[in-house]
Design a protein around this ligand. Sequence first.
Ligand code: TYD
Ligand code: MG
Length: 467
Amino acid sequence: MNMAKTKVHTRYVCQQCGRVSASYMGKCPQCNSFNSMVEEVIHDEPVAKGPSTVRGLTGRSIPRPISEVGGEAEDRIHLPIGEFARVLGGGIVPGSIVLVGGDPGIGKSTLMLQMAMEMADKKRVLYVSGEESERQIKMRAVRLINGKKELPANLLLVTETNLEVILNHVRDSKPDLLIVDSIQTVYLSEMDSSAGSVSQVRECSSHLRELAKSTGVSVFMIGHVTKEGAIAGPRVLEHIVDTVLYLEGDRFQAYRLLRSVKNRFGATAEVGVFEMREGGLMEVTNPSEAFLAERLVNAAGSAIAVTMEGTRPILVEIQGLTSPTQFGNARRTPNGVDFNRLLLITAVLTRRVGLKLAEHDAFVNVVGGIQIDEPAADLAIAAAIASSWKDVPVRAEAVLIGEIGLAGELRMPGQMVARLREAQKLGFKIAIVPKAIRKGEEYPKGIEIIEVRSLDQALDAALKKDK
Ligand code: TYD
Ligand code: MG
């Protein structure tokens, strides 16, 4: 008999979390998703293992004294898009691998192409697309440049999905920057599963990571987000890459936030703000001003919150609307704030402040289409609702900062001084804040601080007419 080297058997891999099982399961025991297990054929012959060409490049490691290790203040590559650079932690790190996730149509390809064109002034960039033809990308590039300058000669485009071929292109054209649009379209032919499956996504990104680490090329991969809001194979991917960025925003609004959720080379939760326009994504360097631009002063049902996005405070307008419930149960409809947070705030308004919201629907909207997940905005949300219910505007010159507790008490959020400075910079005269138990840093002068202990007192102060 022939000494068969390859033994073929099958396994089942959860497409959500990458859990492997020998038999089919309707529900994944790791992430609890249903019908997410997909059969894969495995050849026991170590195809992907062994000294593959990519892996062999890593070279030997030599322990060195810490003082002799290079890389002071990092040799980052300057990125002329300031808002993007801030999210990366100050520029592109050579040999790093970055995942850019986001909903379809949100602007990931646009952002990457803009970056590619900016970088191609000084560096060599290879843009690999598995989604669009070279012609389509060129047309977009022409539109983005809009006759302002020449198309850069150092930007190479190729439509390709076979990762082996892509790696060969990288070897031949030796770019400083590689963009893969998207990781779900590339595949390794030695694997049986289809492009976009967890195994393909994991193996392909591991290869790209090896490439980055061994050659120093910086890799950006675009990743699609599933219906549930996660990048396909999220956990596996997050461990493989150095940095995970999400581009988010309301598709029907112009603002886009680029947020870092993991960053080996900088602060996480850092946020860059852009606006989608005809000519692509434009930086918004003063987001508070932009978010407040369309505000109606002295209208009931509007309050200003100061939220921290990464290290930067941003002022946003929160709108509230209450209206008598038409059928049955009162509804709570948040847009831009967490549903459960809204339930809590309306419950506290009902029980501790005495607003009769039980037979009123309550709607909350964060202007500009951004999502706030910080409890520091509680007070502004409550004030917007109370203001609508009482039909009394919140004092136009006031910002409200504070987390609401179940007893109607207020708690102090972090970074108060930074928040107050931003409010002052934008011309606000009053800040309604929780009473400090121990005074930390000195609050800025020039903005009147009204310290209150409870939600009740805060609303009294906020809904008073300006003198
Ligand atoms: P795209 O970058 O293709 O999204 P993704 O790669 O995340 O799927 O962007 C798609 C949207 O952006 C599309 O609806 C059109 C819009 N857009 C503009 O408004 N202005 C522009 O200059 C460009 C290039 C796109
Ligand atoms: Mg795209």
